[in-house]
Design a protein around this ligand. Structure first.
Ligand code: ATP
Length: 593
């Protein structure tokens, strides 16, 4: 029953220990059956379906207030009064259900499946009269909920259920349910990397056990979690790591696109780096894939980027990301067509290619992508000397590219992980970090002085610690904002303000306002330093002081909020530590030179 689930949600909200969260969540899942397990997994993460199925209820606070009024017999004004007091429509619903003026319907009989089905129905209602239908359906949900269940049902409908359970925590809880321990997590994680759907992993585990999990394979139109690249600063180190020979490709600074296609049904779906469906952003790439790539079906990966063929010039990321808008895409696709530089083949004619070597995948990719304009293969050469790699790198930079990605010829496609089978090398500026960082906003400061009028003075930003499944702070960012950005940030962040530190944020500093970890921004900095102010990679030093990593002179890049990255796709603590080591080495080398 959803009431029972709601009681667990309440306990989870009051827990900041990850281990306790895993135990609690596992206890809750143990009571579930295989029909509702996927729904529970999605709902606990605040959604109704996996991220690649963009299903939203379309319920705004105003609608919710009307639904609560209808379900409890109070005036909408009374609901709004309570909402204004706490800033939480869920709490308003809970209070009013407690003191409802109406006769209760089947109290506490709301099942997880009924709740989920009604939410889906609400999401699927559109057009004339949909407003009333949505409100009525929501009201009937509230009317059949106990007060505590009403609190969470309303938050879920509004997209405000922020329990803070990350993917890693959910996978560990599933392992505990199946084995009593956390040992099954790596297997569950591999399955998740291949299908990108935690609900599916949970269902297979419940129905078929660990054996079923091992058999989970690539499926067309189910996105594969992307392979990621490690970093190394020099061509020598890259070659050494790759065994003396590797493929070197241009690193295009556009948007990663995973293209799934099936010729027979003429179906095509394009997924972004964080597995959202972005097919509508790239109409020309969708068309070109169907006409220019051979085979019945397949999954290709590549970088979509604005490119001028005549001038052989690449446009900045800003131009590509413009496509992230709803209207007028066809028009801009005419003015500034995008190209897909395909760099991998993950599935073809019904078969998974993940286990094949890079060399085999690349050969097949080149044979199926017909020489065309819009879809083409990425530039690639096989190299075995550092000199050659350096020259290729310099040429790439001259052309306006971001750098290079070297690839291990012998390696399979390692979904969802950052491994040395791909190594990136980017342009490095003197006295600056050689790479920008993607940080999660966890709080913000109100402005002082000239910024007071915007109510915004800077951000508190964090990196992702994969092991702890937590966000650790690394810096405050106070520069690089335009006036417009200050206004925009204030507006954006006010919507996700929380009254206390969010459960998954680890911080020793307190910003003026905490926000739920949701948005990722790209930041440049001069250097990574050690500091007691931040929790990134925090450890006791020899003097017994707790020291973490921080950034020197951080500034926001013009990319703004990275909509193609989720908090868990941000730079990780492990990467910061590696970059710190690289930086130290570079300093020693340059002072010795
Ligand atoms: P970045 O912000 O540097 O792109 P990232 O965290 O998004 O980093 P990484 O794994 O570090 O991802 O770098 C690989 C990214 O580079 C891919 O996600 C892809 O979007 C982009 N890319 C551009 N050209 C290539 C290429 N030829 N091969 C692989 N990835 C490429």
């Amino acid at each position: 029953m959803f009431d029972d689930v709601a009681s667990y949600y309440e306990k989870l909200e009051g827990t900041s220990s990850r281990l306790a969260m895993i135990e609690l969540f596992a206890e809750m899942l143990k009571k579930a059956n295989d029909k509702e397990i996927a729904q529970l997994v999605y709902m606990t993460q605040g959604r109704l379906a996996p991220p690649f199925e963009p299903i939203e209820t379309g319920i705004a606070e105003k609608f919710a207030a009307e639904a609560i009024a209808m379900a409890t017999g109070y005036e909408a004004e009374e609901v709004n009064k309570r909402f204004r007091k706490s800033g939480d429509m869920g709490l308003a619903a809970e209070e009013l259900v407690k003191s409802t003026k109406l006769r209760r319907m089947a109290d506490g009989k709301l099942s997880v499946q009924d709740l989920h089905a009604t939410m889906l129905k609400i999401a699927g209602t559109s057009g004339m009269g949909s407003r009333d239908t949505k409100i009525k359906a929501m009201a009937s949900l509230i009317a059949s909920s106990k007060p505590i269940a009403a609190r969470y049902a309303v938050r879920l409908a509004l997209g405000q259920l922020r329990l803070g359970l990350g993917d890693a925590t959910i996978l560990e809880a599933l392992s505990v349910v199946a084995t009593g321990k956390r040992e099954l997590k790596p297997k569950l994680e591999s399955a998740y990397n291949i299908c990108g759907d935690l609900g599916k992993v949970a269902t297979v585990l419940f129905k078929e056990g660990a054996k079923g999990i091992e058999k989970l394979d690539v499926e067309l139109f189910s996105p594969i979690r992307p392979a990621l690249a490690e970093r190394l600063p020099t061509a020598e180190e890259i070659l050494e790591r790759m065994g003396g020979k590797c493929a070197v490709e241009s690193k295009y600074d556009g948007m990663r696109a995973q293209v799934h296609f099936d010729k027979k049904s003429k179906k095509i779906k394009i997924f972004s780096r964080n597995l959202e469906v972005v097919t509508d952003m790239f109409p020309e790439i969708a068309r070109a894939t169907l006409s220019n790539v051979s085979g019945e079906n397949g999954i290709m990966e590549g970088e979509a980027i604005a490119y001028d063929e005549v001038l052989d010039a690449f446009y900045p990321f800003q131009e590509t990301i413009q496509r992230k808008r709803k209207h007028g895409v066809e028009q801009i696709s005419k003015e500034m067509p995008l190209h897909l530089f395909a760099f991998d083949l993950l599935y073809h004619n019904g078969k998974s290619y993940l286990a094949k070597t890079y060399e085999e995948r690349r050969k097949e990719l080149e044979s199926i992508v017909k020489k065309g304009n819009t879809v083409r293969t990425s530039d690639m050469e096989i190299m075995s000397s550092a000199k050659e790699i350096e020259k290729y790198f310099d040429d790439a930079i001259t052309k306006g590219l971001e750098g290079i990605v070297a690839k291990d010829l012998r390696a399979p496609y390692i979904a969802g992980a950052r491994k040395f089978s791909w190594i990136k090398m980017k342009r490095s500026y003197k006295n600056e970090l050689s790479d920008s960082l993607d940080l999660i906003i966890v709080g913000y400061y109100s402005g002082r002085g000239s910024r007071a009028e915007f109510g915004f003075g800077g951000l508190l930003a964090a990196v992702y610690n994969e092991k702890r499944d937590l966000f650790e702070t690394i810096t405050r960012i106070g520069t690089g904002f335009t006036e417009q950005q200050m206004k925009d940030f204030k507006e954006l962040l006010d919507k996700i303000k929380t009254d206390k530190k969010p459960a998954r944020v680890d911080s020793v500093v307190t910003p003026h306002f905490w926000v739920s970890p949701k948005y990722v921004v790209t930041v440049n900095a001069d250097e990574i330093t050690k500091s007691p102010m931040h929790t990134c990679g925090r450890e006791k030093n020899e003097k017994g002081e707790e020291i973490g990593y921080a950034l020197r002179f951080p500034r926001l890049t013009s990319d703004g909020v990275r909509k193609d990255k989720s908090p868990e796709d941000a730079t990780t603590t492990k990467e910061i530590i590696e970059m710190f080591k690289m930086q130290k080495k570079a300093k020693v080398e340059s002072s010795g030179a």
